[in-house]
Every structure is written in structure tokens, then in C-alpha cells.
Design a protein around this ligand. Structure first.
Ligand code: UT7
Length: 330
């Protein structure tokens, strides 16, 4: 099973580091030197995850040459669903006209897309389904406390999607590695709105709805886990790091991306980064990077592409793909 097409969507409003200076005590120099982020996108007040997800899905379908009505399943990875229920995937399924498809959400924070890709691939591999749409979409700006400089400068909104189907033997998804350590659950989380602290609870404070993060703790974890996860997935694929044509890491921080590159001993041109333009788009990050890399011609048939994510949970995951091998009668 492999990737037949890929697409992405970001809302048009650009928020630069300079724009942030208007309401938070920070500097362009601090943000650039600590994270490599120059700008991020912000959704409109009325835009939710399913809106971004549907746009990305439609581009992926066009790129794959697949009709929405041919989809068997829609999986949406998100930590900012339109509402706690129903699944955002059901809204996407309806919006794009995938009337034959089942739909469900998957929440593994920023690692969500890599997990969803691994899950979607199983339905193709075991012959249950022919066409699976996997979307990663988040509207992180809605979880931001715009007075908290330790988080609000880092995140942005975006979505990416892939269409999965059968590909020639030796192509497609060759290796998967997923991991988690729930011991670190409180280092990156949203306190309220779930069953532990329901929205109506008298104990809820406004800040409990915002994303909270122990930045340095997550940084240390990320630097350690990104390279390791990629190595494990490569081992599962029986490939060596020097065979990697393009590493597509979770776009959270350029310093973390750089650490992963060094761990795999890859030259600069074999690692894709767009964190400068979009910040951390959580579940959108890996498929948005994949889609841009593909559009820029950085991915060719037969290339070994390694996707790797990490995030809240704590969680991490990596998928190794040999690009191409699309079967014509698909
Ligand atoms: O999808 C996963 C999501 N999360 C991540 O990947 C985040 C991982 N962590 C990080 O990327 C980094 O830890 C950060 C970029 C969040 C922070 O960088 P850092 O080098 O770890 O900075 P720090 O937290 O140690 O803060 C250093 C200083 C502090 O001031 P003092 O205590 O030294 O006086 C902060 O208060 O920088 C201050 N600071 C800021 N200053 C200006 C924190 N945020 C800002 C800011 N602007 N936006």
C-alpha cells in the first residue's frame, strides 16, 4: 500500500513575528534564533478543523486522480476537532462527498498524522479497503493564550492529506514505528474540556482551555526521540540512513529538525523544512511538509521518504515510504 496523491491547505492570514510584538513581550530575534519560525497562518474565527481538512483532502484527491465517491474510509488526525463530538472526519466525509466512506478521528496530538497513516495503511494492506483518505488538520491558534509568549509564538494553523491505495510490490509503506510514554502526559496538554475537568465544572479557569507546555522538557524529549523513531522505522524497512532521499520531520522547531538530521547523518538537502513559514501546525505539519516537498519536485519516484512526528502523549512515530509504484488501473 502506498500514497497515490497528496495535498495541503493553509488559511491565507499570515501572522509574522513582528505582528506578535503588538500583544506579547517577545522579539523577532528570540523567536528566530530559538525556533527558526518567521511567520504562521491563522484561521478565521469561523473556520474550524474540518474546513482546513476538507480543502487539503480535495487537493489530495485531485492530485491522486481519485473521486471522493471512490473513498472507502476517511481518517482525520486532529487535536482541535470542530467540537468534542461528532468526529471531525464525519464532517469532512460529508463536505467532500465521500458518501460511501466510513469516517473516524484519531488523536495522538502532533504525532497524529503519522499514526493515522500507519492505521490507514493497514486497511489497504489487509484487503479490507481500496481507497483511504488520511488527513492531518489542526487549528492551533484557537488553543493559544495570546498573552503566553512561551506558547503563542510557536503554533499555526494548517492541514495536509494523502490518498492511500495499492501500489507495486516494493513501493509504498515499507516500515512503521510508533511509540508513546504517557508518563509525560502533563508536559504538553490542555487541562479542561474533557471528562477529567468538564467544561461546566466550577473549577475551570479560562487558562485551562489553553495549550500548556513545559517547553524545555518537550525539547529534550523531541531531540532524543526524532532521530531514534526514524532509525527504528528504517530498521523495520531494512534500510540504512544513507539510503534516505528525504526526511520529512514534524515542523516544531528548526533546532529539533537539525538534531534529527545530525542523528541520521544526513546532508542539509535531504531534510525538508517549512517551519519558518508556518510554525508548528501539529497534525497538519508532516502532511503539509510532504505536500510542499512534492509540489517543489523534491520527491521523485523511487525516493525513500521518511516521515517522523512527535508530540503530546508524549508520543512519537515514523513511517518509511518508497515513493511511486502507482498501478495504472488504480
Ligand atoms: O509539537 C510539539 C510541540 N512542542 C515543541 O516542540 C516545543 C519544544 N520546545 C522548544 O522548542 C523550546 O523549549 C522553546 C522554543 C519552547 C523555548 O526555547 P528554550 O531555548 O528552551 O527557552 P526557555 O524555555 O529555556 O526560555 C529561555 C528564556 C526564558 O527567560 P529567562 O527565564 O531565562 O529570563 C523565557 O522566559 O526565554 C524566555 N522566553 C521568551 N523570550 C522572548 C520564552 N519565550 C519567549 C518569547 N520571547 N516568546
Amino acid at each position: 500500500m502506498g500514497i497515490l496523491g497528496v495535498g495541503h491547505f493553509v488559511p491565507p492570514q499570515v501572522v509574522t513575528n513582528q505582528d506578535l510584538l503588538r500583544f506579547v513581550d517577545t522579539t523577532d530575534e528570540w523567536i528566530m534564533s530559538r525556533t527558526g519560525i518567521r511567520a504562521r497562518r491563522r484561521a478565521l474565527p469561523e473556520q474550524a478543523a474540518s474546513d482546513l481538512a476538507s480543502e487539503a483532502a480535495q487537493e489530495a484527491l485531485r492530485n491522486a486522480g481519485v473521486m471522493a465517491s471512490d473513498l472507502d474510509l476517511v481518517i482525520v488526525a486532529t487535536m482541535t476537532p470542530d467540537s468534542p463530538m461528532p468526529a471531525t472526519a464525519c464532517r469532512v466525509q460529508h463536505h467532500i462527498g465521500a458518501h460511501r466512506a466510513g469516517a473516524f478521528d484519531l488523536n495522538v496530538a502532533c504525532s497524529g498524522f503519522v499514526y493515522a497513516l500507519a492505521v490507514g495503511a493497514q486497511f489497504i494492506a489487509n484487503g479490507t479497503y481500496r481507497r483511504v483518505l488520511v488527513v492531518g488538520a489542526d487549528v492551533m491558534t484557537k488553543l493559544m493564550n495570546w498573552q503566553d509568549r512561551t506558547t503563542c509564538v510557536l503554533f499555526g494553523d494548517g492541514a495536509g492529506a494523502v490518498v492511500l491505495g495499492a501500489v507495486e510490490r516494493g513501493f509504498g509503506i515499507l516500515g512503521i514505528h510508533l511509540g508513546s510514554n504517557g508518563g509525560g502526559a502533563d508536559s504538553l496538554f490542555v487541562r479542561a474540556g474533557g471528562s477529567r475537568l468538564p467544561a461546566w465544572s466550577a473549577d475551570v479557569r479560562p487558562e485551562d482551555y489553553y495549550l500548556q507546555m513545559q517547553g524545555q522538557e518537550v525539547f529534550r524529549f523531541a531531540v532524543q526521540v526524532m532521530g531514534e523513531a526514524a532509525l527504528q522505522a528504517l530498521e523495520a524497512a531494512r534500510l540504512q540512513p544513507d539510503q534516505v532521499d528525504l526526511l520529512i520531520p514534524h515542523q516544531a522547531n528548526q533546532r529539533i529538525i537539525e538534531a534529527a538530521r545530525k542523528r541520521l547523518n544526513l546532508p542539509l538537502d535531504r531534510v525538508f523544512s517549512n517551519v519558518e513559514h508556518y510554525g508548528n501546525t501539529s497534525c497538519g505539519s508532516v502532511p503539509l511538509a510532504l505536500s510542499e516537498a512534492h509540489q517543489q519536485g523534491r520527491i521523485q519516484d523511487n525516493h525513500i521518504v521518511v516521515l517522523v512526528g512527535f508530540g503530546g502523549g508524549l508520543s512519537w512515530g515514523s513511517v518509511v515510504v518508497r515513493w511511486g509504484g502507482i498501478i495504472k488501473e488504480n
